[in-house]
Design a protein around this ligand. Sequence first.
Ligand SMILES: [Zn+2]
Ligand SMILES: [Zn+2]
Length: 375
Amino acid sequence: MAETTLAAVKVAPGQTEIREFPLPDVPEDGALLKVEVAGICGSDVKMYGKPLPGNSVIMGHENVGYIAKAGRKFLERKGVAEGDLVFLEHYLPCMKCEWCHLGEYRHCEATDWHHNPAAIRYGYTSADAPPYLWGGFGRYLYLPWNAVLHKVPDGVTAELAGIGTPLANGIQWSLLDAGIGYGHKVLIQGPGQQGLAQVVAAKQAGADLVIVTGTSKDAKRLEVAKALGADYAIDVQQDDPLERVMEITSRKGVDFSIDCTAGAGTKALHLGVEALKRKAGVLVVQGNELPTFPDFPMERITLKYITIKSARGHSYRACELAMQQLGSHRFPLELATTHRFGLDDVDFAIKSVGGKGAQDVIHVSVMPWRESSAN
Ligand SMILES: [Zn+2]
Ligand SMILES: [Zn+2]
């Protein structure tokens, strides 16, 4: 193996450079992952514009790759072999707390950078911290003893496995957190990779009716939503979405409303509240875009006896179910893997996910070994 490796490094808000890093020695309980695919999600777009947690950071938290080199203890503990293709969770948890024992690494303090400045998490931790390789926008990633791996099923390509993170989130939020199941009616707002993953999870869980909303520029994504099993797609710029939902549901409303919009402000929550059935609907929200909410419809929420659930990553189980789902090939999720970029194009790739680059983007794969400027 070479002595050094390359990574695309965020060096300032909205600025990336290719840098060389030493390849670390692999201890008995650690390993190196040869990164095949690092997905980009909406949170990367937000993080990219923010100040750095140190001097530099290798972003990329949705990672799939091959175990390139591993210590004996690592292989024993993880039940993997060198050469295995694995999906890597971005959490690096303590493995001691109650959350960790439940497989809910997303809640572990050791990897919660919102709360703990010393937390380690792939794609967020500063590249100043040895052994530096903490992000997927690089050819190798360092896997310490507490890395959480899921084997990619045979017959699933690395690129398809790159959908693992949004799909695990879909399964977590729709199925495990909201409780969508047999016969339910579901409104999914926003047809990006995250919304589409909710479509798959809701359909697999047995939902009778799935309605997806988007804007006129989402025409392609809405088509993919239908190919993945959505029953109705609504362009909110052409139709009044609440009126359409009421028509479709014979004025009864939906059981669940899931917000997967980006940049829609407070509209998605208001629509969600009104589109829910008369009593006891469930609203899944993502609060990371709006720190405050003017005119929060508290009274409507109480009168309608609505439960609010917060979208927060995924559990171990959701990742396993996501891999199983991909292995089944029941849904044509290949339709969602739309764009591929090499390391040199990471800046453009992130901007494309933010709507300021390539067209009709759904899921973007950074492939660090790929020649750049190809697509
Ligand atoms: Zn993400
Ligand atoms: Zn823990």
